[in-house]
Design a protein around this ligand. Structure first.
Ligand code: BTN
Length: 242
């Protein structure tokens, strides 16, 4: 699926922005892949910058045509996050999905996902899936959560291209299952960070304890509170305290 159009860039501000800049062209179709060795202004979640040393990590954007309503967009982030976990599992690493879009290994972030959609009304015609996956970088700034890479975890250099191919092949498999209508929630919940464990959170400047129980149909995190009620959170409303 991701072998039709692959634009390989040396340096670009952001592979997601580059892919989105093609949105009115005929190559903006499911299967388009844009990669770069360096981004001068990579987009992270919540308006942050995604920093990545030149040539060391996977910086990739792919276009898919999910054919779903905007309210169902969390389905895309679930299969993308699971595909990143598949790559790590294949290398013997147990990764967790910190809802909605962070991939953690031993509480440290190894990959981040940023999905930007092209809409027609309330319908997602195209999604640009951006993935930053730390492969060989050895030193990171003091982020919260802290960052890690394959090299730091396994003490060995990896071929970024191989990681890219593996990700694309796992994503292709999961997308096919998704398009057949198969629900991948059981796998997702197994990989969900802190599920069923008491944990501390912060929302609207208040700290509280709760237990993650899952994700709602429209993609909100479900947390059981101390009075046993279930509260729903959007990602901007919630901070994990760990
Ligand atoms: C996050 O903040 O965790 C999401 C990071 C997503 C970064 C990737 S790198 C490739 C693609 N291009 C971008 O500008 N961002 C995504």
């Amino acid at each position: 699926m991701f072998t039709i159009n692959h634009i390989k860039l040396e340096t670009i501000n952001s592979t997601n922005d580059y892919a989105l800049s093609l949105k009115d062209s005929i190559i903006f179709r499911e299967g388009l892949v844009v990669t770069a060795k360096f981004q001068s202004g990579g987009n992270g979640q919540r308006g942050k910058v995604w920093e990545s040393s030149e040539n060391e990590n996977l910086l990739l954007s792919v276009v898919i045509e999910p054919e779903i309503e905007l309210t169902e967009q969390s389905l895309i982030s679930k299969i993308v996050a699971l595909s990143v976990c598949d790559v790590l599992k294949n290398l013997g690493i147990d990764a967790k999905i910190k809802w909605p879009n962070d991939i953690l290994v031993a509480n440290q972030k190894i990959a981040g996902i940023l999905i930007q959609n092209k809409l027609k009304g309330n319908y997602i015609t195209h999604s640009v899936i951006g993935l930053g996956f730390n492969v060989n970088q050895g030193v990171f700034k003091a982020y919260s959560p802290g960052a890690t890479s394959l090299r730091l975890l396994l003490n060995k250099e990896y071929d970024v291209l191989q990681i890219q191919e593996q990700f694309l092949s796992f994503l292709t498999a999961r997308l096919k299952r998704f398009k057949k209508g198969e629900n991948q929630d059981i796998e997702y919940l197994k990989s969900l960070f802190l599920i069923d464990k008491p944990a501390a959170f912060e929302s609207k400047n208040k700290q509280f304890m709760g237990i993650i129980k899952g994700v709602s149909e429209i993609g909100k995190l479900l947390i059981q509170l101390e009075d046993d009620s279930i509260a729903e959170f959007e990602s901007q409303q919630l901070k994990y305290l760990f």
